[in-house]
Write a protein that binds this ligand. Structure first.
Ligand code: PHE
Length: 371
């Protein structure tokens, strides 16, 4: 050790420096560079060994050699550290180049799903009535007799109940009030009016939609269908508001500013006066129809699309509202019916066949812009 140290101490520092610098520069990765570092500056490294020889020198020599060796050690350490950062950067660059993640979106397959026409109509209703300041209320499909009939001024045993062929469910056991015990599938969304008025303070300005159920089955009836109901109760609401709101609604929905709208007196227990609302159409030469006003020589025909009226005072009282203070209107309408008319869909039953060919024909592209 002493000899090799002595020999080492004889080594020309300048050429040692050159040689070490060469080793450092030719290290191609951080691992090799670390080996070089250990070999030079480690416990038994070359420079460390040289430092150890200082102890055997006389003071004069030790002073000069010591300075030279320290300078060498610093320079080599600096070289190693700069080579190390260069290598680390290189290695990081290589890693980044290898592990590149493409964060751009690749083109996706064209959307294959379609929006069902019922959903589409409901969205349109929300936007039309939303613009008039209505909000959306909800209620359950399984109702009790109170909300579906009694509170709506259908007294028990009243023949008007027969207008709606009802699916009854088993009574709720232990419920003493027969109107609450009797359960059924709601026959109309008018039950949501009652629930909303029971649970909120007037004024009321809502629409609600959802599934409704009647025991019917033909081209224009299915046991399950959808309705939308509109309710507006405030001080001083009149039949004129009903006519204005309804006319605006049907004209907006059918995209026809001059669509003729007609009110005919009709009976629903929960309104007084009550009306059925018709829209005008004409027959075209091909056996089809065109919604709108008749032109010269054409015959103006009418079709019924909804029921409406001023909410009956008994209904308001049943919901704890003083009819001398608040009045208002309601109307209700089959969603399939207006959808069939708007988009020329001939058979209501096809809405619920889940036939994908039907849906791709009548359905709506999810990203298509609204009209
Ligand atoms: N609920 C009635 C029906 O289903 C429609 C309607 C609603 C009529 C509101 C008048 C007022 O036939």
């Amino acid at each position: 050790m002493k000899d090799s140290a002595k020999n080492a101490s004889m080594t020309d520092i300048a050429s040692l420096k050159q040689e070490l610098a060469h080793q450092i520069e030719s290290a191609r990765d951080t691992k090799t560079l670390e080996d070089v570092r250990v070999h030079v500056l480690g416990k038994s490294g070359q420079i460390t060994a040289l430092m150890k020889t200082l102890g055997q020198m006389d003071p004069e020599e030790r002073k000069t050699k010591g300075q030279e060796l320290n300078a060498l050690k610093d320079e080599i350490a600096a070289l190693i550290s700069s080579q190390e950062s260069a290598l680390k950067k290189q290695e990081m660059d290589a890693k980044l180049a290898n592990e590149t993640i493409d964060i751009t979106l690749s083109p996706r397959p064209a959307a294959t799903g379609k929006i069902h026409p019922i959903s589409r109509t409901m969205e349109e209703l929300v936007s039309i009535f939303g613009a008039m300041g209505f909000s959306v209320a909800e209620g359950p499909d399984i109702e009790d007799d109170w909300h579906n009939f009694t509170a709506l001024n259908f007294p028990p045993g009243h023949p008007a109940r027969e207008m709606q062929d009802t699916f009854f469910l088993p009574d709720t056991p232990g419920e003493s009030d027969p109107a609450r015990a009797k359960k059924l599938l709601r026959t109309h969304t008018s039950s949501v009016q009652i629930r909303h008025m029971e649970n909120n303070k007037p004024p009321h300005k809502i629409i609600c939609f959802g599934r409704t159920y009647r025991s019917d089955w033909d081209m224009t009836h299915t046991p399950m269908f959808h309705q939308v109901e509109c309710l507006y109760i405030d001080k001083g609401v009149t039949m004129a508001h009903l006519k204005g709101c309804l006319t605006d609604f049907v004209r907006a929905f059918f995209n026809n500013d001059s669509l003729p709208v007609r009110f005919r007196p009709s009976f629903f227990p929960f309104v007084e006066p009550g009306a059925e609302v018709d829209i005008g159409y004409v027959k075209d030469d091909k056996g089809g129809i065109r919604l709108g006003a008749a032109r010269d020589g054409e015959e103006q025909r009418w079709m019924e699309i909804l029921g409406a009226g001023m909410v009956h005072p008994n209904v308001l009282k049943n919901c704890g509202i003083d009819p001398n203070e608040y009045q208002g209107f309601a109307f209700g309408c089959g969603i399939e019916r207006i959808t069939m008319l708007k988009y020329g869909i001939p058979d209501l039953r096809t809405f619920f066949d889940s036939d994908i060919r039907w849906l791709s024909h009548y359905g709506f592209d999810p990203v298509e812009s609204r009209n």
